[in-house]
Design a protein around this ligand. Structure first.
Ligand code: AMP
Ligand code: ZN
Length: 470
């Protein structure tokens, strides 16, 4: 097996990666804040995590992945207040949309999707542990804060200059800039709008609600354990979110929180970060309206390395639509062919070696994608020779299957056609059997069922042929 290496944001180096127990990768990915449908920028990060997950599995490890759903935070409460709703009334439908969009984009289901509001006792417990260790304190405003000067190494992920640390100064909001590296809120005393939107719980410090950073530490540790293998998110989460997660978790346990930290770069539109605030977002429903398939979007996202910025443009998407059309045509051809050549088997071997090497080199998807297209060109050339080597063909199918199991870029139409043709073949077999036992009523019924699905059949001495007529 080739080495598997990943860039670790904590050390700022590419390092060999393997799960601590040699078997299961304990993987936490910061999920969406569910007050609005996720936009394609968010999905660039979730697709990078899907790629990572699939590559880890291709490498032979099993993956236990958590993606949390942040269903209580400043932005959600603001939205609920504006709409005179409870936070659950805001977040429930957004979670339904999130999963529909995720499935459309073929992002594999994680093992766990914890909602923050289902883990309040674990969060309260974590704050109590921090208080007992003397790194958390209740302030005059009734909220509980983390004392950053009590945690040596605070800011180690973002490599915050210690001179920037302003001990004693406090920041209450969930998101803030580096210039505001101050004691941050773990537990926020209830405000009237929190009560009105049902974003409050009883705690040893009075009624209140958790801070955003605390949510992830509590959910990650209670589901995956105190030291996890991999923690991922978008690059904007490095500070303060991930530095605060590290501070809370490590101050409580005295153990390293995550062995590897991986961050994906931004998706841009016209050179600016795609963000709600900027007003330049598009989402999955826009894609669907414009006929951009999941396959094309995945091709677009994976054609740039996850640590490089990527600009969304109509032109680039057109290119990806064209590229996956080629992949789809090839997939169909591979199914149709009956034999290959020894050079086809060699091309399959090259594809496997080059793609595993590329994926193992800090997830170099663009290079693996290049290897796949080179394989398609070489394989088409070999298939034109009408070889008879069934073993070579089987190897080509298997190599292509393995690489596409990571990319998942065969267009919907082709996937649907393959399912349709399996169904038609089974119907035709049933019809032949009916005719053999002279049950012509049944045979006619099968023909009718096929016609209703737009399939025309034609009997000939060499067997029955079928085609899709609409
Ligand atoms: P949020 O719902 O804001 O908590 O974000 C969910 C995930 O999307 C986080 O991992 C963010 O870092 C990521 N994200 C937000 N905007 C972008 C963007 N323009 N490009 C890539 N990732 C993003
Ligand atoms: Zn998080």
């Amino acid at each position: 097996m080739p080495d598997f290496q990943l860039y670790n944001s904590l050390t700022r180096e590419i390092e060999p990666f393997a799960p601590a127990d040699g078997h299961t990768v304990r993987f936490y990915a910061c999920g969406p804040t569910v007050y609005n449908p996720a936009h394609l920028g968010n999905f660039r990060t979730f697709l990078f995590e899907d790629l990572l997950r699939r590559v880890l599995r291709m490498r032979g490890w099993s993956v236990e992945q958590v993606m949390n759903l942040t269903d209580v935070d400043d932005k959600i409460i603001k939205r609920a207040t504006e709409q005179h709703k409870t936070i659950r009334q805001v977040t429930d439908p957004v979670i339904v949309t999130f999963h529909a969009d995720r499935e459309y984009l073929r992002i594999q289901r994680a093992e766990h999707y914890p909602r923050a509001t289902d883990f309040i006792p674990q969060m309260i417990d974590l704050v109590s542990r921090l208080e007992a260790k003397g790194v958390a304190y209740k302030a005059e405003d009734g909220s509980v804060y983390f004392a950053i000067d009590k945690f040596p190494g605070y800011g180690k992920l973002s490599q915050l200059d210690t001179r920037e640390i302003r001990a004693g100064a406090r920041v209450a909001q969930d998101d803030y800039a580096k210039e505001n590296a101050q004691d941050f809120a773990l537990w926020k005393a209830a405000k009237p709008e929190d009560e009105a939107s049902e974003a409050v719980w009883d705690s040893p410090w009075g009624r209140g609600r958790p801070g955003w950073h605390l949510e992830c530490s509590a959910m990650a540790m209670s589901i995956l354990g105190e030291t996890i293998d991999l923690h991922a998110g978008g690059i904007d989460l490095v500070f303060p979110h991930h530095d605060d997660e590290i501070a809370q978790s490590e101050a409580a346990t005295g153990k390293p929180f995550a062995r590897f930290w991986c961050h994906g770069e931004f998706l841009l539109t016209d050179g600016a970060k795609m963000a709600k605030r900027v007003g330049n977002v598009s989402n999955v429903s826009d894609l669907r309206a414009n006929g951009v398939s999941a396959a094309a979007l995945r091709h677009f996202m994976f054609s740039t390395h996850y640590r490089k910025q990527l600009n969304l443009s109509g032109e680039a998407l057109e290119g990806s639509i064209e590229a996956v059309r080629r992949v789809g045509d090839f997939a169909e051809r591979l199914e149709r062919e009956r034999g290959g050549t020894s050079a086809l088997a060699e091309a399959a071997e090259t594809l496997l070696v080059e793609s595993t090497t590329a994926f193992g080199d800090d997830l170099n998807a663009p290079r693996a994608m290049g290897a796949m297209f080179e394989f398609i060109t070489a394989a088409n050339r070999e298939l034109d020779k009408r070889g008879t080597d069934a073993e070579a063909l089987a190897r080509a199918r298997e190599a292509f299957r393995q690489v596409n199991a990571v990319f998942d870029v065969i267009p919907e139409r082709v996937v649907e056609d393959a399912a349709l043709s399996r169904w038609v073949e089974s119907q035709l077999a049933a019809r032949t059997a009916a005719r053999q036992r002279r049950d012509f009523a049944e045979a006619d019924a099968v023909r009718k069922a096929l016609e209703e699905k737009g399939i025309a059949i034609e009997d000939s001495p060499s067997g029955t042929r079928w085609k899709k007529v609409r």
